[in-house]
Design a binder for this molecule. Structure first.
Ligand SMILES: [Zn+2]
Length: 102
């Protein structure tokens, strides 16, 4: 392993280069490019927008597209489940109402 800054050989697993004193871990183990969670929420609240963005971005920005698409998927599933539950509740209430009042 060689220092990316000065090129001097460094011990494997060392945190600091003894040649120039640079922090190795900060360079080698850079965190993955962070994609804002906002894209997820955008897809979640507006599944149609999320799916359109997913289709548009999947070529250029796959990470962003994945977030949009996943948020849209979850949002769509939740809205469908919510609608089913709502109609189920209305049906049950209507059924109960009819048995009580008739
Ligand atoms: Zn160095």
């Amino acid at each position: 392993m060689f220092c990316p800054n000065c090129g001097k050989e460094i011990m494997p697993g060392a945190d600091i280069c003894f040649g120039c004193g640079i922090m190795i871990n900060k360079i080698m183990k850079a965190p993955p490019r962070h994609v804002s969670v906002g894209w997820w929420w955008l897809g979640f609240f507006f599944p149609i927008v999320g799916f359109i963005l997913w289709a548009c971005l999947s070529g250029n920005e796959p990470e962003k597209a994945k977030k949009c698409g996943f948020g849209a998927l979850v949002g769509a599933i939740i809205s469908v489940v919510g609608l089913v539950l709502l109609y189920g509740l209305i049906f049950v209430l209507a059924f109960l109402g009819s048995t009580i009042y008739l």
